[in-house]
Design a protein around this ligand. Structure first.
Ligand code: NAG
Ligand code: NAG
Ligand code: NAG
Ligand code: NAG
Ligand code: NAG
Ligand code: NAG
Ligand code: NAG
Ligand code: NAG
Ligand code: NAG
Ligand code: NAG
Ligand code: NAG
Length: 781
C-alpha cells in the first residue's frame, strides 16, 4: 500500500495538527472529507476517459452524476499517489433510447472511453450493451435493474445494483405469510416493468398463489385509461395487487385508485422496490392521501459510519451547488452510483499505466457509422479487474457476482402518514424476521407473527382475506344428473310455477362443503341435465361428453371413476367406496321348523345310537341277571330293568348297582360314548338355533353366468356394460331405477328375475337378501 501524499491546505493542517496518526489510519479505502487535489500531481497522472450517460432531467440522473463526481473526488483525494485519473465525459440521454445509443457510439468512437457508467434505464441499455460487447468497453449501470439484462449473455455488462428479481422471494414470502391464494400484477408496459414478471410469477406459484390477472399500464397512460383499468380490476374477485413501476406513473396510479375507492378496507397493495426505494420522489401529498396502508419491499442498506459521513458531505455539496433549492433526499441509486465510480477507479488504477488505446479496425469503403469504431485493447483486463474489486462501499460490501451485486436482505415496510415504516425483514436464509439478529437459526420462516403492527388500507388492523365476491365474475356451470331412483345422492326438485330447480343430496352437500373451504370465492350454478319438460337428458357418459365439449365446467354426481371416462375428464378423489356387489336371495330360510331338534344328528346316527342302546341293555342283562337280584324277577321286569338301565346311563341316573366287573367295564365305555354324543348334540342344536347359517344361492359370477337366470342392474350403471362384456345376453338383463323397483324384482322369484347386481352404495335393501362383494377381473374397472 502506498503512503498517501497529502497536500496541505489550512483545514488539513489543523486536522493534522490535531491527530496525525488518525490520518494515516483512515487513509485506507473509504469516503473521506474531500481534500483538494494537488496540482503538481496532475502532471504525472494518466487521464483515462470514461463516459457517463444519464438522464439529466430526472432526479436519479442528476443525483447519480453528482455522486459519481463526488466519489471520484473522494477517492483521488484520499489516494493522491494513484497514477490514473478518470476523466468524465458526460452525455445526456434525454430519456430516449436512440439518444442514449447515439451518445454511447459517440463516446466509444470519438472519445475512445475505457468504460461507460450508465445508461440509466433498462430500455436504453439493450443496444448499448451490444456496442460495449463489440468494442470491449465495459458498461457499468447503477440503475438498469431489469433481470433480462444479464452479464452471462453480455459479458461487458456490469450491474452495480441488484436485479429486480432478487426481491421476488421476499414478495412471495409476504403473500404466503397472509395466506393469499390469488394476486393481480400491475406493472408498467416497458422493459423495466416486464422484466420481473417471469420470476415473480414463478415465486408466487411456488407458494401456491395464482396470478389471476396481469394488468399492463402504458408509461404514457392518461388518468382516464388508468381509471378504466382500475374499474376492471375492481369487478374481479382478487383484492391483492402487486405493483411494479416507477414513482412517476405510480403516484398517478395511486391517486386514481384512491379516487375510485380501491384504497378501502379489504384491499391489499404490495409495492416492489421500484417505488419504495424512491418513495422520497413521490409527491408527499399523494403518499399522505392515497397510499396509506400499502406494504412495500425496500432494498436494505445497513446503517454505517461511511454512509452518515457521505450524507453530511452530500448535503453540503448540494447546498453549495444549489443554494436556493432545499436538498431532496438521497436514494439508493446515489449510493450505487458512488460505489460504481469508486470500483471503476480502483480497477483502472489496479491495471497500472498500460496502453489505454483502441485498435482501429480497417475502414472499408462503404460502411455505415456503426461499423467503424475500434476495439478497446484493455477492455478484457478491465473487466477482470472489476470482477476482482471488493471494498466496503456505501451499501455494504461491494463485490460483483456474475457481474452484478447480490443482496439477501430486504426490508418490509408499511406506508403510514408521510413515510414508510419498517415492519420486518426478509432474508434469504431466515425468511421473514422482526429484526436482523446474527444469531438466528437456520429455519426459514414465513410466519406473519414476525411482522410488527400493520395498518392496512382503510385504517384497518384486521388482515384482509384477499378476495371479495366478484361482481362480474363468471360463475361455474355445474351439471347435475336428474334421476328417478337413489335420490340420496342427488335429487332435483323442480318447481314448475317458478321454473326453478332445487338440487339437494349427499354429493351436493359434499360439493358445497368443498366450495366453502376454498380460500377464494367461487360462484357456481347447479344446472340439472334435463330437457325443458324436466325429464333426464342423458346418462353419465352423456354428461361427461358435455364437460369434454366445454358446454359445462363440471359435473357433480355419484359417478364412478372409470379408465375410459378419465380419458376425457379429470375426477376428484373418490369420497365414497364404489364397488360392484351382487345381491342374491338366501338359499334356504326353513331352518326354524318344529323338527329342528332332530337336525343336529343324522338319521344314521340316530339309528346307530338306538341299536347300541338295545345292545348295551342286552349285554348288561346277560352279565348281571344271574348274580344281581335287581335284574331278576319275571321276564317282563328283567327286560324293562335292562332297557331302563341302559337309558338312564345316558343321563347318568341309573340306580341299579352292578356287581360284575365286566358289566362295569361295558358301562364305562357306554357312558363315555354317551357323553360325547350328548355334548355334540347340545352344541349343534344351540348353534342351529342361535346362528343364522344363511347361504347365498349363488356365490360367483361364473356360476351366475352359467345358471341362465335373469339379472337386474341399475339403469345407466357401468355394471350393465360390464355384464354385457361378460357375455350376459341383452334378454337376460333387466334394468331398474330405484331401490323399490329392485326390491320388487327380487321378490318376484317366480318371474325368474332371481338375481340383482348393483353397486354397494345403493345396497340399502331389507336384510332378507345377502350381499356378496365381488371383485370382477375386468381391466375396465
Ligand atoms: C466534478 O464536478 C466539478 C464541477 O461540477 C468539476 O470541476 C470536476 O472536474 C468534476 N470531477 C470529476 C472527477 O469529473
Ligand atoms: C459478445 O461478443 C462475443 C464475441 O466478442 C460474441 O460471441 C457474443 O455473442 C456477443 N454477445 C452478445 C450478447 O452480443
Ligand atoms: C438476479 O438476482 C438474484 C439474486 O441476487 C439471482 O439469483 C438471479 O440469478 C439474478 N438474475 C439474473 C437474471 O441475473
Ligand atoms: C503499449 O503499446 C505499444 C504498442 O502498441 C507496445 O509496444 C507496449 O508494450 C504497450 N505497453 C504496455 C505497458 O502494454
Ligand atoms: C488492415 O488492412 C491492412 C492492409 O489493408 C491489413 O494488413 C491488416 O491486417 C488489416 N487489419 C485488420 C485489423 O483487419
Ligand atoms: C482475480 O482474482 C483471482 C483469485 O482471487 C486471481 O486468480 C486472478 O488473477 C485475479 N485477476 C486479476 C485480473 O487480478
Ligand atoms: C465484508 O467483507 C468482509 C471480508 O470480506 C467481512 O469480514 C465483512 O463481514 C463483510 N461485511 C458485511 C457487512 O458483509
Ligand atoms: C322456463 O324455462 C324454459 C327453458 O329453460 C324457458 O323456455 C321458459 O321461458 C321458462 N319459463 C319461465 C316462466 O321462466
Ligand atoms: C321430454 O322431452 C323430450 C325431448 O324434448 C322427449 O324425448 C321426452 O319424451 C319428453 N318427456 C316427457 C315426460 O314428456
Ligand atoms: C367408453 O367406451 C365405450 C366403448 O368402449 C364408449 O361407448 C363410451 O362412449 C366411452 N365412454 C366415454 C365417456 O366416452
Ligand atoms: C322364507 O320364509 C318365508 C316364510 O317362512 C317365506 O314367505 C319366503 O318365501 C321364504 N323365502 C325363501 C327365499 O324361501
Amino acid at each position: 500500500m502506498m503512503t498517501p501524499r497529502i497536500s496541505f491546505d489550512a483545514d488539513m493542517l489543523l486536522f493534522l495538527a490535531l491527530s496525525f496518526s488518525a490520518i494515516v489510519v483512515s487513509s485506507s479505502d473509504g469516503p473521506h472529507l474531500a481534500v483538494a487535489q494537488s496540482s503538481d500531481n496532475s502532471a504525472t497522472t494518466i487521464p483515462v476517459n470514461v463516459g457517463v450517460i444519464v438522464d439529466l432531467k430526472t432526479w436519479v440522473g442528476q443525483m447519480g452524476l453528482t455522486c459519481v463526481n463526488m466519489s471520484l473526488s473522494d477517492f483521488y483525494s484520499s489516494n493522491p499517489s494513484h497514477k490514473t485519473r478518470l476523466v468524465l465525459n458526460v452525455r445526456d440521454s434525454e430519456g430516449d433510447e436512440v439518444a442514449a445509443a447515439a451518445a454511447a457510439l459517440d463516446l466509444i468512437k470519438n472519445k475512445q472511453v475505457q468504460a461507460i457508467i450508465g445508461p440509466q434505464s433498462s430500455g436504453q441499455a439493450d443496444f448499448i450493451l451490444h456496442l460495449g460487447n463489440k468494442s470491449h468497453v465495459p458498461i457499468i449501470s447503477f440503475s438498469a435493474t431489469n433481470p433480462f439484462l444479464s452479464s452471462i449473455r453480455n459479458p461487458y455488462f456490469i450491474r452495480a445494483a441488484q436485479n429486480d428479481s432478487s426481491q421476488v422471494k421476499a414478495i412471495s414470502a409476504v403473500v404466503q405469510a397472509f395466506g393469499w391464494r390469488e394476486a393481480v400484477l400491475i406493472y408498467v408496459d416497458n422493459e423495466f416493468g416486464e422484466g420481473i414478471i417471469p420470476s415473480l410469477t414463478d415465486a408466487l406459484e411456488e407458494v401456491d398463489t395464482r396470478v389471476s390477472h396481469r394488468s399492463l399500464i402504458p408509461p404514457s397512460a392518461t388518468d382516464d385509461q388508468i381509471g378504466l383499468e382500475l374499474y376492471k380490476l375492481m369487478t374481479m374477485q382478487t383484492r391483492v395487487f402487486i405493483v411494479h413501476m416507477l414513482p412517476t406513473l405510480g403516484q398517478r396510479l395511486f391517486a386514481k385508485a384512491k379516487e375510485v375507492g380501491m384504497m378501502e378496507r379489504g384491499y391489499v397493495w404490495i409495492l416492489t422496490n421500484g417505488i419504495t426505494d424512491l418513495l422520497s420522489s413521490v409527491d408527499s401529498s399523494v403518499v399522505a392521501s392515497s397510499m396509506q396502508g400499502i406494504l412495500g419491499i425496500k432494498t436494505y442498506v445497513p446503517h454505517t459510519r461511511n454512509l452518515d459521513n457521505f450524507m453530511v458531505q452530500w448535503k453540503k455539496k448540494f447546498q453549495q451547488d444549489n443554494p436556493s433549492v432545499p436538498s431532496p433526499p438521497l436514494n439508493i441509486f446515489g449510493y450505487y452510483a458512488y460505489d460504481a465510480a469508486r470500483a471503476l477507479a480502483m480497477a483502472v488504477e489496479e491495471m497500472g499505466t498500460g496502453n489505454f488505446t483502441f485498435q482501429i479496425l480497417n475502414a472499408s469503403t462503404d460502411v455505415t457509422d456503426l461499423d467503424t469504431f475500434g476495439v478497446s485493447q484493455t477492455g478484457e483486463k478491465l473487466l477482470q479487474e472489476l470482477a476482482n474489486t471488493t471494498f466496503m462501499g456505501l451499501t455494504g460490501n461491494f463485490s460483483l457476482v456474475d457481474g452484478q451485486l447480490e443482496s439477501s436482505v430486504f426490508q418490509i415496510v408499511n406506508i403510514n402518514g408521510n413515510a414508510a415504516r419498517g415492519i420486518g425483514f426478509w432474508t434469504l436464509k431466515n425468511g421473514l424476521l422482526r429484526d436482523l439478529n446474527p444469531f438466528h437459526t437456520n429455519k426459514y420462516s414465513t410466519s406473519k407473527s414476525n411482522f410488527g403492527t400493520i395498518i392496512w388500507p382503510g385504517d384497518s388492523t384486521s388482515i384482509p382475506k384477499g378476495w371479495e365476491l366478484p361482481t362480474n365474475g363468471k360463475s361455474l356451470k355445474i351439471l347435475v344428473p336428474v334421476k328417478d331412483g337413489f335420490k340420496q345422492y342427488v335429487t332435483v326438485t323442480r318447481d314448475p310455477t317458478t321454473n326453478t330447480s332445487q338440487v339437494t343430496g349427499y354429493c351436493i352437500d359434499i360439493f358445497r362443503a368443498v366450495i366453502e373451504k376454498m380460500p377464494y370465492a367461487v360462484t357456481y350454478e347447479l344446472i340439472p341435465f334435463a330437457f325443458p319438460n324436466g325429464s333426464s337428458a342423458g346418462g353419465y357418459n352423456d354428461m361427461i361428453d358435455q364437460v369434454y365439449y366445454q358446454n359445462y365446467d363440471a359435473v357433480v354426481s355419484d359417478m364412478t371413476i372409470r379408465a375410459n371416462r378419465s380419458l376425457y375428464v379429470e375426477f376428484t378423489l373418490p369420497y365414497t367406496e364404489s364397488m360392484g356387489a351382487m345381491l342374491v336371495p338366501y338359499k334356504n330360510n326353513k331352518s326354524k321348523n318344529a323338527w329342528v331338534f332332530l337336525k343336529p344328528l343324522t338319521w344314521d346316527l340316530w339309528l346307530t345310537t338306538g341299536c347300541f342302546f338295545v345292545f348295551i341293555a342286552l349285554v348288561v342283562w346277560i352279565l348281571e341277571h344271574q348274580i344281581n337280584e335287581d335284574f331278576g324277577g319275571p321276564a317282563a321286569h328283567q327286560v324293562g330293568t335292562s332297557l331302563w338301565f341302559s337309558f338312564s346311563t345316558m343321563v347318568f341316573a341309573q340306580r341299579e348297582r352292578s356287581f360284575s366287573n365286566l358289566t362295569r367295564f361295558v358301562v364305562i365305555v357306554w357312558v363315555f360314548v354317551v357323553l360325547i354324543l350328548t355334548q355334540s348334540y347340545t352344541a349343534s342344536l344351540s348353534s342351529l338355533l342361535v346362528v343364522q347359517n344363511y347361504q347365498p344361492t349363488i356365490t360367483d359370477m361364473y356360476q351366475l353366468l352359467n345358471s341362465g337366470e335373469r339379472v337386474g342392474c341399475q339403469y345407466d350403471s357401468f355394471l350393465c356394460e360390464t355384464l354385457k362384456q361378460m357375455k350376459f345376453g341383452d334378454d337376460r338383463l333387466v334394468s331398474y331405477q330405484s331401490v323399490e323397483e329392485c326390491d320388487a324384482l327380487l321378490s318376484k322369484g317366480s318371474s325368474r328375475v332371481g338375481l340383482q347386481l348393483q353397486l354397494t352404495k345403493s345396497a340399502t335393501l331389507n336384510s332378507s337378501f345377502s350381499i356378496l362383494q365381488q371383485i370382477y377381473h375386468d381391466p375396465d374397472i
